[in-house]
Write a protein that binds this ligand. Structure first.
Ligand SMILES: NC(=O)c1ccc[n+]([C@@H]2O[C@H](COP(=O)([O-])OP(=O)(O)OC[C@H]3O[C@@H](n4cnc5c(N)ncnc54)[C@H](OP(=O)(O)O)[C@@H]3O)[C@@H](O)[C@H]2O)c1
Length: 233
């Protein structure tokens, strides 16, 4: 395992939305790699049950990313967090049309996907900067402009939220450049979860790459939108 400044200590990772789907699989993957994990979820009982299922070295913590004071309270009890996986997200406007989508739905989407991640980053990244080491993996999406393409119009609020999230990653990476903190967006691809029940690929298939992004070696990329190179002959 990568140890900061030669200090032989396990890293601690905190994952949002880790009670199900991709977040749960990433928590399991990081735990399997020997990290201590803080499993967070809106529902405290689900967070604890998931942590208990992972076993020793995992603990559960309630965290709703839309709660303005939630991330700071979580940071106060979580202790040192070296690795942050911002995974919590919602897709509320599948099948909507940008010309008629309810902007209330868009606002709710932005509050979780963009501002939720921002709140969590504000609560945890400054301490990483002070310690001179940290990794942040932000779960983005292929619906985004990928810093310059075309947005997917079939989920307008979601696509906007994830594109803005990529922009947030760019800001955080610029602000932390040279501090030992690496911040990247990761595109998980399409994965069978509650959000995307019709997909073939399982969360455990997507988790190793997200875990790689969350544990990049020193000198690794920052400010990137990283996609696993699969299906290459
Ligand atoms: N599945 C895909 O194909 C796919 C593709 C691209 C990107 N993604 C992204 O991957 C991430 C995980 O999604 P998933 O596919 O695993 O979907 P999922 O099974 O619906 O899981 C979403 C997770 O986010 C949590 N969450 C929602 N609102 C929250 C809040 N306010 N505070 C804290 N947690 C909250 C959910 O908690 P509850 O259980 O309490 O609702 C759940 O744990 C999302 O950011 C999603 O946009 C998924």
């Amino acid at each position: 395992m990568d140890h900061h400044n030669g200090a032989a200590r396990p890293l601690t990772a905190l994952i949002t939305g880790a009670n199900r789907g991709i977040g749960r699989a990433v928590a399991r993957e990081l735990h399997g790699r020997g990290l201590r994990v803080v499993v967070t979820a809106r529902d405290a009982a689900e967070a604890s049950a998931t942590a208990a299922d992972l076993g020793p070295g995992a603990r559960g913590l309630a965290l709703d990313v839309t709660d303005p004071g939630g991330p700071a309270r979580a940071a106060a009890v979580a202790g040192r967090v070296d690795v942050l996986v911002c995974n919590a997200g919602v897709l509320l406007d599948a099948g909507a049309d940008p010309l008629s989508v309810s902007l209330d739905l868009v606002e709710r989407t932005l509050n979780v996907n963009l501002l939720g991640t921002w709140r969590v980053a504000q609560a945890f990244v400054p301490a990483m900067v002070r310690r001179g080491w940290g990794r942040v993996a932000v779960v983005s999406s292929g619906t985004t402009a990928e810093f310059g393409g075309r947005l997917f119009a079939g989920t307008p609020g979601y696509s906007i939220s994830k594109s803005a999230l990529n922009g947030l990653v760019s800001l955080l990476a610029a602000q932390t450049e040279g501090t030992g903190v690496l911040v990247n967006a990761v595109n998980p691809g399409r994965v069978r979860t509650r959000m995307m029940p019709g997909q073939e690929r399982l969360p455990e298939d997507a988790a190793p790459f997200i875990a790689d992004v969350a544990t990049l070696p020193d000198g690794g990329p920052t400010g990137g939108f990283l996609t696993e190179q699969r299906d290459r002959a």
